[in-house]
Design a protein around this ligand. Sequence first.
Ligand code: ASP
Length: 299
Amino acid sequence: MKPSIIIHGGAGSGRYGEGDKRFSGLTGAVEAGLAAMKKGSGLDGAIAAVSSMEESGLFNCGRGACLTAAGEPELDAAVMTGEGLAGAGVGNVTSTYHPVELARWVMENTRHVLIVGERTRDYARLAGMKTESVRPSQAASKRFLALVKEERHSRAVELVRKIEGGGTVGAVAVGSDGVPAAAVSTGGMWMKLPGRVGDSAVLGAGIFADKRLGAACATGTGEEIIRCALTLRACGFMRSDDAQRAAAKAIAFITRERGKGTAGIITVDRKGRVGASFNAEAMGRAWWDGEKGRIVGKV
Ligand code: ASP
């Protein structure tokens, strides 16, 4: 099977042009994913794509993460492969800019599907990862001060949708083994309460994969995505619909139930077809167009 991958850089009002660094951040992530899939699986591809966006500092994840109401970054991430419903998430990570790698380690080395909080530092060490205190980026600190000044903390959910810039990142891919897989990483929501864990750490909410159906990855307001079990729902639609139709149906569902501006989703079905849909103003995304043999980006 030919490799297939689609990634997103978050849904919101942050529309940016093709000349923007974030646009090349998206297409570069697809390149990183494709390179990993030359030797590896769809899971390797999805993780490599997400890792490159964590490292870039351009998106709301890894080095570019948003801050809690206490002014600190707390990162969530997850991975899942359609083979045997294997997957795991990590939440409130503060010791590595690459929580997606840590999620993979949890999936491969423990019997658990969710590990959160200060203890994740111990597992990052056990995993042999470089541990360091995750610090706010300069841009995030500036934004935090502006928000505090504006005294608009209680409107955090509205605010996050208005914030310009990159959002949560995610990738879904099918490698030559034909197994759909997904990876996601985020700083969560601006001004979230410390300790809050969002959809991006939770299987069935921010991420899901099942080789009989496909894989999906969500972005948007985590609480609404969890309530709607959005990616599980999208994968369910892929029993009879292709990836694009399943994505559109999942977004139609969350829009009906929880309103506009709540979510975006990317999907890949078991045949390797990709899909994307969102009910926010924009969702930066990029994918490999196998027929044309090139990477396509849309912002
Ligand atoms: N879904 C993420 C969260 O709520 C945020 C986002 O996608 O922008 O944690």
